[in-house]
Design a protein around this ligand. Structure first.
Ligand code: TRP
Length: 328
């Protein structure tokens, strides 16, 4: 069974975009692959050296993952900092990765611009830590967004280079995993493309029902249809797109016809949209609250995940040490 590894930095709460774009697919994948889902808390230190409560940030993601249906019996769910083996591999990869390569990474250049007083070595070597995350499990697939392509390229380079230098075939070259059609791009509420982490634009999985309704009612629209059967402008297209994700086909058709004959009132449509969204979100939010209240259970799940992740990583590290020539 092929191994899939996914990582997320613990920087807040999951939103509907995360859910329909990835997490819902993870739930399926855990039955088809050897899946590892981890929370990259070390990586968050590259930009936030003094986190408020890093354990709680990890627990938040963990609770939300579990609420969405990730099953700790099926998948290995763990926190990066619970697996010290990663760091040894990170060190070896740092020996074979060149300043020029790391310096060309756009995400590094962007962050360096954003935090000119803290252009630290961890930020610079973010990609080699990521390579260690992946290759310690010899993962074949990594689901990542476009912004991670350069990091993935470096992970492949680390694998290739290690194999070449030590004349081994230990590491597979990890590939970007593309979700099938079931992964959906959720538009933002402010009418600008994708749902992302900003308050006017996104609905969090943990948002209370009335917050969800309020946010939907405030979604950006326009003056309404001006001519029969006209093309929809992007903001309205987005509203329909969102409805097609959470509502049934009949409902979408009903409002689409209203658009076409110019009788659509956005208020009515948004009310319906909010209603259907709340139906999706209520059970998830309730589960988030249950899991969040049970830190003992969360910590137990994280410990169990770490145990399995360490087993997988130490098997790789044992090979690596042997190959380089260290005592094992
Ligand atoms: N860099 C990833 C992001 O920002 C997070 C991450 C860290 C990651 N290590 C990883 C993702 C390993 C996949 C595999 O989204």
């Amino acid at each position: 069974m092929d191994t899939v590894l996914s990582g997320i930095r613990p920087t807040g709460n999951l939103h509907l975009g995360n859910y329909y774009g990835a997490v819902r697919s993870f739930v399926k994948m855990q039955y088809e692959y050897n899946c590892l889902f981890f929370i990259a808390d070390w990586h968050s230190l590259t930009t936030h050296p003094t986190p408020e409560n890093i354990q709680n940030s990890a627990r938040t993601i963990l609770a939300e993952y579990l609420a969405c249906g990730l099953d700790p019996e099926k998948a290995t769910i763990y926190v990066q900092s619970d697996v010290p083996e990663t760091l040894e591999l990170y060190l070896y990869f740092n020996m074979n990765t060149y300043l020029g390569e790391l310096g060309r990474v756009t995400t590094f250049k962007e962050k360096a611009r954003q935090q000119p007083d803290n252009v630290n070595a961890g930020l610079f070597t973010y990609p080699t830590l990521m390579a260690a995350d992946i290759l310690q499990h010899r993962a074949k697939y990594v689901p990542v967004g476009k912004d991670q392509e350069q990091n993935m390229e470096i992970a492949r380079k680390c694998a290739r280079r290690f194999n070449n230098i030590y004349k081994t075939e230990l590491f597979p070259e990890p590939q970007n995993y593309y979700f099938g059609a079931e992964a959906l791009k959720v538009p933002g509420l402010d009418g600008t493309g994708k749902m992302g982490k900003s308050d006017g634009n996104c609905i969090y999985l943990c948002d209370e029902e009335k917050v969800v309704r309020k946010k939907v009612m405030r979604a950006v629209t326009d003056n309404g249809p001006q001519a029969l059967n006209s093309e929809k402008p992007e903001v309205i297209e987005n509203l329909f797109k969102m409805m097609s994700i959470v509502s049934d086909a009949e409902t979408v058709k009903y409002f689409d016809e209203k658009w076409n004959d110019c009788t659509l009132r956005y208020g009515d449509m948004k009310k319906q949209l909010a209603e259907d969204m709340v139906k999706v979100l209520n059970p998830i939010r309730e589960r988030i609250q249950e899991f969040s209240a049970n830190t003992e259970l969360l910590d137990k799940i994280a410990r169990q995940g770490a145990e399995r992740a360490r087993e997988s990583a130490s098997a790789t590290l044992k090979e690596v040490r042997k190959i380089i020539g260290f005592r094992i």
